[in-house]
Design a protein around this ligand. Structure first.
Ligand code: SF4
Length: 606
């Protein structure tokens, strides 16, 4: 099965602590690179090409989901209604009304493609129509990203995108043609009788059907071959990361692109919207070997039959040899030890040395090449300007005192890894405002009040984030909330999935509302700047920010444009800065600093 869900009873690892193929490849490329991206959470510049790949793959999957017996080539891209999803965001196994394909009338047979060429022509038109929509959706997503880089108009070559999408369709058509010629009659008969996989290939229909509505008689027809050859892929309407295959012991997970299963085969395909002539082609081979392991361990040690990388810009398939049983055993042991090293407990920076692997050379189609790589890994690394393996030859700050212009006394900076981001306080419920996002006012005597904002209803370990029957006068403990003092001086506690409000029990210790510290001074090296713009009812808005690092920690700091002051526009990555009087905000595992009107940014000069 291409999807294997975690068992909540036995999953002591959790979704965010599993190892993935991309983490393994990043670690092997350079442990310090892994540390920056996975522990410090540095986000690489978001260039359009990253989004183009997703758009091309999505356009191909949307086309494969459709049927030429239901949809004419010129139909709008959204002809299928959205797939009904369950609460988790997966196609709903219990949905008993009409699925998207069942809402469409069968086309007259005279409109069906009659041969392989006309079917290819239909699929090409469909994929181009989906591509336009998918690219526009990606352009919008890219334009909203605070790490947006590059120029969409200049960097996205529409002809190249169309070529890649058509190449993907043609490679799939080879499967359809092969199915047409070689599929066994028993398989066709079973499909006609309504046989479906437990995780069927997305085709706009439900998990079980009776006689297939497209069933014909006699030898397999072209329309049937299109249906039978359809691979499994993540339904483009499903919520991200909900269709993973999770290791039985829960420490590894992956999401396959395409899994072909017709003819009894088990073939995993990874789609790459690229030429395949970069160092990353080495990663892709390892990724597919890891997927072969994942399939094997989730299928009672039955191996896959074949592994392929489709390089759409090169219009070629690279076949990867399926690892032997012994290699799979060894790979599993290596991955498990890597999970222990990286995810069981987060390693400190000293255990992630700046030790880059040599660059590898490949020609188009991922063919290994003897040409010397043009650049070293550090030269092309996004973090070279802050990494001792790259250009950074200084030391990062680690808190300490600093003297700011205009101030007589020194200001004390807190090391970033010592900022206490979450706080616990107690108080008596003074008022409750219910609604989607309830708010509770808690009081300490008659003098101190705090506004508790319930921003998530479910606690991370299950159960509600506040008692449903809470009433005025109850004495409560607000555990692990983000604590802020707003510009009016009001105390605010934000309850996300990692925080909760519980009733206090006899003997529980009281913790004053005055205990938490809300404002911090920090010092660090600028890794990059961020910027987000938009329009609201009040007019244009702009949030600016920066990622700051010191010796042992990092923090993203964000604020409204006006709160940053004049020095922000002079900032360069690699500069050392001091920021005073910031607040702390966040959501779940992500913590960020918040600039206020009273916060100040200073660039420190040598
Ligand atoms: S600059 Fe070099 S050593 Fe540092 S993270 Fe990048 S690849 Fe690794």
């Amino acid at each position: 099965m291409p999807v294997r869900l975690p068992n909540p009873e036995l999953d002591f690892v959790g979704q965010y602590n599993r190892l993935s193929a991309s983490q393994v490849n990043t670690w092997k490329a350079c442990p310090r690179l892994w540390y920056y991206e996975k522990v410090r959470r540095f986000v690489m510049p978001q260039i359009p090409i990253l989004y183009v790949g997703r758009a091309v793959e999505e356009a191909i999957c949307k086309t494969l989901k459709e049927s030429p017996s239901l949809i004419v080539s010129s139909a709008p891209a959204d002809i299928y209604a959205p797939t009904p999803l369950d609460d988790e965001g997966r196609p709903d196994r219990n949905y008993d009304k009409k699925w998207p394909a069942e809402q469409l009338l069968l086309l007259a047979k005279s409109k069906w493609p009659t041969d392989s060429d006309s079917l290819l022509e239909w699929a090409n038109q469909r994929v181009l129509s989906h591509l336009t929509v998918c690219l526009e959706a990606m352009r919008i997503e890219w334009s909203k990203h605070d790490r947006k880089a590059g120029d969409w108009e200049a960097d996205v070559d529409m002809d190249r995108c169309e070529r890649m999408a058509r190449n993907g369709i043609r490679l799939h058509m080879d499967e359809v043609n092969s199915c047409m010629k070689t599929v066994r009659q028993e398989e066709v008969d079973a499909w006609r009788a309504g046989k479906r996989d437990f995780w069927p290939a997305p085709d706009g229909r439900g998990y079980s059907i009776d006689v297939h509505p497209l069933a014909q008689t006699g030898p397999v027809t072209l329309i049937e071959a299109w249906e039978i050859a359809r691979p499994w892929f993540v339904d483009p309407d499903a919520k991200p990361f909900m269709m993973n295959a999770v290791h039985p012991e829960h420490w590894f997970q992956g999401e396959y692109d395409l899994v072909y299963r017709w003819g009894g085969q088990k073939k995993i395909v990874d789609i790459k919207a690229s030429l395949g002539n970069s160092d990353r082609s080495g990663d892709y081979v390892e990724q597919l070997r890891m997927y072969a392991y994942l399939w094997w361990i989730t299928h009672d040690k039955e191996p896959v039959d074949s592994l392929e990388i489709w390089y759409l810009a090169a219009d070629t398939i690279k076949t990867i040899e399926v690892p032997s049983e012994q290699e799979l055993e060894e790979l599993g042991a290596e991955l498990h030890s890597m999970w222990s090293q990286l995810r069981e407990e987060t390693p400190r920076i000293e255990r992630c040395p700046p030790d880059p692997a040599p660059m590898r050379s490949f020609g188009p189609g991922g063919v290994p090449s003897d040409d010397a790589p043009k650049m070293s890994r550090c030269q092309r690394c996004d973090w070279s300007h802050v990494c001792p393996g790259g250009e950074f030859k200084d030391e990062h700050p680690n808190g300490g005192s600093f003297h700011l212009p205009g101030l007589v006394t020194e200001t004390e900076g807190t090391p970033l890894d010592e900022i206490k981001t979450r706080h616990t306080v107690t108080g008596q419920v003074h008022a409750i405002i219910s609604g989607n996002r309830p708010r509770i006012t808690i009081a300490e005597g008659n003098s101190a009040f705090a506004d508790v904002q319930i921003q998530a209803s479910e606690y991370k370990d299950g159960g509600p984030t506040m008692p449903e029957d809470l009433k005025k006068g109850d004495v409560v403990c607000v555990e692990n909330a983000f604590f802020q003092i707003n510009y009016k001086g009001a105390l605010i506690l934000k309850v996300d999935p990692f925080a909760r409000v519980v009733r206090m029990q006899d003997g529980d210790e009281e913790i004053s509302l005055h205990t938490p510290r809300a404002r911090w001074n920090i010092i660090g090296t600028v890794v990059y700047r961020t910027e987000k713009r938009g329009v609201s009812a009040r007019g244009d808005w702009c949030r600016k920010g920066l990622m700051l690092m010191d010796e042992f920690g990092s923090l993203k700091v964000e604020g409204w444009q006006a709160d940053w002051g004049t020095q922000y526009d002079m900032l360069k990555p690699g500069d050392r800065v001091v920021i005073t009087n910031i607040g702390i905000d966040g959501w779940a595992a992500l913590t960020k600093g918040e600039m206020y009107r009273s916060s100040r940014l200073h660039i420190l000069h040598d």
